[in-house]
Design a protein around this ligand. Sequence first.
Ligand SMILES: [Ca+2]
Ligand SMILES: [Ca+2]
Length: 100
Amino acid sequence: MSGLCQEVPQLAKAMILLIDVFDKYAKKDGDADSLSKGELSDLLKAELGEFTSASDKENVDEFFNQLDADKNGTISFPEFMVFTATLTMLIQGLAMKKMK
Ligand SMILES: [Ca+2]
Ligand SMILES: [Ca+2]
């Protein structure tokens, strides 16, 4: 999938990237359809880093509980997308505040 990235428009590229990131971490334990808490923790640390306070252990627990909307103990792709969209809106809101 990543090989396609050169000719696709920017937003489509971002979407493919989201799918790629989810897939990269979700498949670590053999179940590629969902993120376990450990996988989510790795993803947050590696892909968001200092951008959020998500890498702290307590925050990972809190993130996980909030993200796991259906409370089945794993994060599905739709649940991950809700998180990503929410976080993106939050960041956009902060950016707008700074510009004022
Ligand atoms: Ca998994
Ligand atoms: Ca879930």
